[in-house]
Design a protein around this ligand. Structure first.
Ligand code: UD1
Length: 413
C-alpha cells in the first residue's frame, strides 16, 4: 500500500516530458513472442505492468532483458505460461494468446487481472481466434485454444482494443488473408502494426475500422520505439486545467488527443500544438459534456481525470461512460472531498462547487487514483490519498515526482 499527502496547489507551471505509452508497450512486448529473433523495444517506462509483463513472458519461455528501459525479448522456444498468478497480475496478459497461437498453435484461456472497472470479458478474443480456426478444448479443468489458423473475415461485435491486437498478431503468420471488421482504431494498435510490419508482416488499414492482414511465413526481429502516452499527457493537461497554470507537455502528440483537447478548450483552456509537444494554459472554469467512446472518441481512461477538473467548474457537467460499466468508482471519493455528483447507471452529473476540500480518499483503479491526485491539488487543505493496491505505479512512472516538478507538493505518507 502507498499513501500520498497532497497539498493545495495554486498553479502548475513548467515543462514535463511524456513517457512512451503503456498501452503501446504492453502489446509490443507480447509481440516479442512472434519471432525467434530478438525484438528490442526502446524507452520502455518503469511501470509495474511492464515488470509483470516481463515476468509473464519469461514464464512463456522467453528471455526478457530490461537495460534502463531498453527491453529485448527473445522467444526461441515459446510455451504456454505455467503460472495463473502471472496471468492475473495484469489485464494485458491476455495479449499472449494471439502470439502463442501463431507460434505454437496452442494458448491457454484464462481470465486476466487488471483494474476492476467492469466485467472485462474475453469473449471477443476467443471468438476472433476461433473464427480463424482455433478450437476450444478443456483438459483437467483448464481451457485451451488449439489448432492451425487460416485467414478469414472476422467481425468484432465491439471494437475491442485487446481483441483487435490479439487477432492481428495471430493472423500475421497464418496462411491466407484475414480481414478484421469493426476493428478498434486506437493509435496503440497502429503502433503495434507498424512494428509488426518492420518485422516483415503485411498489414493494411491499421488505425481504421477494417484491418487486412496477409499472412507471411515468419517474422524477423526489429528495434522499435513506441509512441508517447496520450493518457499520461492528458493527465498533466487535466492537472494544469484543474489548478490553473501553463504547462508544456513535451513529446505529447496532439493528433492522438483530439477529443481531450476539444474538451479542455470547451472548459476554457488554451492549447497550442507544436512539433515539440502540447502547451496548455489557463484554468478550466466552464462545465462540459463528455461521452466516452472508442477512439477517436473521448477515451474512457481520461474520464475520471476530466471529472475531477469539472468538480470546480461554474455549472453542471455530464459524463456518460459507454465503454466500461463500472467506471465511476472515483465518484464516492470525490464526494468525500465536497464534490456534488449524482450517478444514475452510466451517467454522472457533476454540479461544480467553489472549492473541493482535502479529505482521506482511496484510489480504486489506476485512473481513479490519478484523478484523486488532481482533485487533491485543486482542493483546500491537505488530502491523504491511499493507493491500497498500488494502482498508480502500474501505469505512471513516478507521477507524484512529475507533478512536483511543475510546482505541486506531494509527499509519500
Ligand atoms: C484497453 C486499454 C485500457 C482502456 C481500454 C478501452 C490496454 C492494455 N488497455 O483495454 O487502458 O481502458 O482499452 O480504451 O491497451 N469487451 C468485451 N469482450 C471482450 C473484450 C472486451 O465485451 O472480449 C468489452 C469490455 O468489457 C469493455 C469494452 O469491450 O466494455 C472495451 O474493452 P477493450 O477495448 O477490450 O479494452 P482492453 O483491451 O481491455
Amino acid at each position: 500500500m502507498s499513501s500520498y499527502i497532497i497539498s493545495p496547489c495554486s498553479s502548475l507551471n513548467g515543462e514535463i516530458e511524456v513517457h512512451t505509452a503503456k498501452n503501446a508497450v504492453l502489446p509490443l512486448l507480447a509481440c516479442g513472442l512472434m519471432t525467434k529473433e530478438p525484438l528490442t523495444v526502446r524507452n520502455v517506462p518503469d511501470l509495474t505492468d511492464v515488470h509483470n509483463m516481463l515476468l509473464l513472458l519469461r514464464d512463456c519461455g522467453c528471455e526478457a532483458m530490461n537495460e534502463n528501459g531498453t527491453v529485448t525479448i527473445c522467444a526461441k522456444n515459446p510455451r504456454m505460461p505455467t503460472s495463473e498468478e502471472k496471468m492475473r497480475a495484469l489485464r494485458a496478459s491476455v495479449l499472449v494468446m494471439g502470439p502463442l497461437m501463431a507460434r505454437t498453435g496452442r494458448a491457454s484461456v484464462s481470465f486476466p487481472g487488471g483494474c476492476a472497472i467492469g466485467q472485462r470479458p474475453i469473449d471477443l478474443h476467443r471468438k476472433g481466434l476461433m473464427a480463424l480456426g482455433a478450437e476450444e478444448i478443456t483438459e483437467n479443468g483448464k481451457t485451451y485454444l488449439e489448432g492451425r489458423l487460416v485467414g478469414k473475415s472476422v467481425y468484432l461485435d465491439l471494437p475491442s482494443v485487446g481483441a483487435t491486437e490479439n487477432i492481428v498478431m495471430a493472423a500475421a503468420t497464418e496462411e491466407g488473408i484475414t480481414r478484421i471488421e469493426n476493428a478498434a482504431k486506437e493509435p496503440e494498435i497502429a503502433d503495434l502494426c507498424r512494428c509488426l510490419c518492420e518485422m516483415g508482416a503485411r498489414i493494411r488499414g491499421a488505425g481504421t475500422g477494417t484491418i487486412v492482414i496477409e499472412g507471411v511465413k515468419e517474422l524477423k526481429g526489429a528495434d522499435y520505439t513506441p509512441i508517447p502516452d496520450r493518457i499520461e499527457a492528458a493527465t498533466y493537461a487535466c492537472a494544469a486545467a484543474g489548478c490553473g497554470g501553463r504547462v508544456m507537455i513535451k513529446g505529447a502528440r496532439a493528433e492522438h488527443m483530439r477529443a481531450v483537447i476539444y474538451k479542455l478548450r470547451e472548459m476554457g483552456m488554451q492549447t497550442r500544438e507544436s512539433p515539440e509537444g502540447l502547451l496548455v494554459s489557463g484554468r478550466a472554469r466552464k462545465p462540459i459534456e463528455v461521452r466516452t467512446l472508442s477512439y477517436p472518441g473521448f477515451p474512457t481512461d481520461a474520464q475520471a481525470l476530466m471529472m475531477a477538473v469539472s468538480c470546480q467548474a461554474a455549472g453542471t457537467s455530464v459524463f456518460m461512460e459507454t465503454v466500461f460499466e463500472n467506471r465511476f468508482m472515483h465518484v464516492s471519493e470525490l464526494t468525500r472531498m465536497g464534490a456534488r455528483i449524482r450517478v444514475e447507471n452510466r451517467v454522472a452529473v457533476v454540479e461544480g462547487v467553489k472549492r473541493l476540500r482535502g479529505a482521506s480518499v482511496t484510489g480504486s483503479d489506476l485512473r481513479a487514483g490519478a484523478a484523486l491526485m488532481i482533485a487533491g491539488l485543486m482542493a483546500e487543505g491537505e488530502t491523504l490519498l491511499i493507493d491500497e493496491e498500488e494502482h498508480i505505479p502500474r501505469g505512471y512512472q513516478r507521477l507524484p515526482e512529475a507533478l512536483a516538478a511543475l510546482g505541486a507538493r506531494i509527499t509519500k505518507a
